[in-house]
Design a binder for this molecule. Structure first.
Ligand code: DGL
Length: 271
């Protein structure tokens, strides 16, 4: 069986927040990141389209030799993961694995909330899929989950407006709407990989007692546990500490914008 790097996929740059968390905890492995920037955003696309694009991305990462791929994108995890795991993998790549970000986040949030009132901020696609509600309630049936789409937040990040005063209105309006819907919310999941960049503003407009959950660290811890439980996969991962970056758009543009998410200069290739 082939050995290779851990693949991390996102529709664009957001998955870099997941990659950062994973590399911080497990720097020893090799990684391949693919951002489908040419076709982002995924958040407003249909199930069929997100599935098709995500499947193509997974196939690209398998072709690069990755035996394990993390969908570091909530929208792809919500709309494509289950079909890839249940239909595609058994038929075409039975020895490879694809994991998402929603289940590990759901596992953690029920242990963090004190009163069971949870808010989820995410893309329209993730909210409409109801994936967070289903996963959280499966594990913690007494919780109350309120989801709200934030369609303006990804464009704010992608266009470099996330720390400008112009972003205030869009952040405050969504936080207020969420908390008006359920004033008892004590924990908010940022269920989109772009949103951690808006953290400063989210904190500014959120009452201080509310816990705001970003995913990077939890996805990393969940992956570490997965690898401990699956030595047959762990031994297939190469350990050179490298990271390669691929984009479906312009590599120059990607490396420029990626600096918002990473503290290093990176070399990017076109896929
Ligand atoms: N990265 C995606 C997510 O986590 C959002 C960006 C998009 O809409 O493509 O849901």
């Amino acid at each position: 069986m082939n050995k290779g790097a851990i693949g991390v996929f996102d529709s664009g740059y957001g998955g870099l927040t997941i990659l950062n968390g994973i590399r911080r905890l497990m720097p020893q492995y090799d990684y391949v990141y693919f951002g489908d920037n040419a076709r982002a955003p995924y958040g407003t696309r249909s199930f069929d389209v997100v599935y098709q694009y995500t499947l193509e991305a997974v196939q690209h990462l398998f072709d690069k030799g990755c035996p394990l791929v993390i969908l570091g994108c909530n929208t792809a995890s919500a709309k494509a993961l289950r079909t890839i795991q249940q239909v595609y993998l058994p038929r075409y790549a039975p020895d490879n694995r694809v994991l998402g970000v929603i289940r590990p986040t759901a596992e953690v949030v029920g242990t963090i909330t004190h009163n069971g009132h949870i808010g989820v901020l995410a893309t329209e696609g993730t909210i409409k899929s109801e994936s967070y509600n289903m996963e959280i309630l499966k594990l913690f049936p007494d919780c109350k989950v309120t989801g709200l789409a934030c369609p303006m937040w990804v464009p704010l990040v992608e266009n470099g407006e996330y720390d400008k005063p112009s972003a205030d209105y869009f952040v405050q309006e969504r936080i207020d709407t969420l908390l008006q819907t359920d004033p008892l919310i004590d924990t908010i999941i940022l269920g989109c990989t772009h949103y951690p960049l808006l953290m400063k503003k989210i904190r500014k407009f959120c009452p201080s007692g509310i816990e705001i959950l970003t995913q990077g660290q939890y996805i990393a811890e969940s992956l570490q546990t997965y690898l401990q439980r699956h030595p047959e996969m762990e031994t297939r991962l190469t350990k050179g500490g490298s990271c390669q970056y691929f984009t479906s758009e312009s590599p120059e543009r990607f490396s420029g914008n990626a600096s918002l998410f990473l503290n290093e200069q990176i070399k990017v290739m076109r896929l």
